[in-house]
Design a protein around this ligand. Structure first.
Ligand code: HEC
Length: 205
């Protein structure tokens, strides 16, 4: 019995040594033949924009920032208006604070305008048009998503729901820069998104 255990233990140890040796070998050969800078810097994608496109796709930005049209299987993103925010030509739904507090959340069929106890919010135009991100710097974009500040400016209001900046802001600097680079590369769409209507703070009890 004890010999079997000894054998098993030594087999495991040998196995571990092999694994360690393999890893060491892999490290040495990786160091000798470094991967091309492009794949190493862009999350495995060929360019910063492609990496950003991937992050925007998995980050669900189209879900809220691209207007929807009805298709055979329900609402689908209207990619001719990709990431252009709540369409200006659609009248903003009226905001009734009492109703919002009582009924909770409502959303337009474009899934770009939201009504809740916080007020009315409209998904922003993220395209590189002057009505979107054209005038933004990279630093502003990062500040906006890290700190939840409208337009990434210190004295501006906080971003309101349902913009999930608390999660998106946890992207690394490299990821946020890639998202910004991608957004700067997409077709610009002229669309002045309505201003948010901010509900009065609830009365203190
Ligand atoms: C669940 C819906 C939702 C998702 C998902 C979403 N957003 Fe938003 N986003 C909004 C809304 C609504 C606003 C407007 C908030 C406000 O006015 O306070 C907004 C605002 C923004 C702003 C601020 C614009 C400004 O003028 O300050 C940026 C930048 C932004 N979103 C980027 C993104 C990116 C990038 C993604 C994906 C990684 C994303 N959003 C995903 C709903 C969403």
């Amino acid at each position: 019995m004890s010999t079997k255990i000894m054998l098993a233990v030594s087999a495991v140890i040998t196995g571990l040594c092999v694994i360690v040796a393999c890893n060491e070998g892999a490290e040495t050969s990786a160091a000798e033949t470094p991967a091309p800078a492009t794949t190493a810097s862009f999350g495995g994608y060929e360019s910063q924009e492609k990496w950003g496109e991937h992050l925007v796709t998995i980050g669900g930005c189209n879900d809220c920032h691209t207007p929807k049209k009805m298709g055979p299987n329900g609402p689908e993103p209207d990619m001719s208006q990709m990431l252009s925010g709540h369409p200006a030509q659609q009248p903003p739904p009226p905001f009734d604070q009492k109703e919002a507090a009582a009924k909770g959340l409502a959303v337009t069929q474009t899934l770009t305008a939201w009504i809740g106890p916080w007020g009315n919010t409209y998904a922003a135009n993220l395209t590189p048009d002057s009505t979107g991100l054209a005038g933004w710097t990279e630093a502003q974009f990062i500040k906006c998503l890290r700190e939840g500040k409208s337009k990434g400016l210190d004295n501006n209001r906080p971003l309101l729901p349902p913009m999930p900046w608390q999660e998106i802001g946890q992207m690394t600097d490299g990821e946020l820069k890639a998202v910004f680079a991608y957004l700067k590369s997409i077709p610009p769409v002229k669309n002045v998104v309505p201003e948010a209507v901010i509900a009065a703070a609830p009365a203190a009890k």
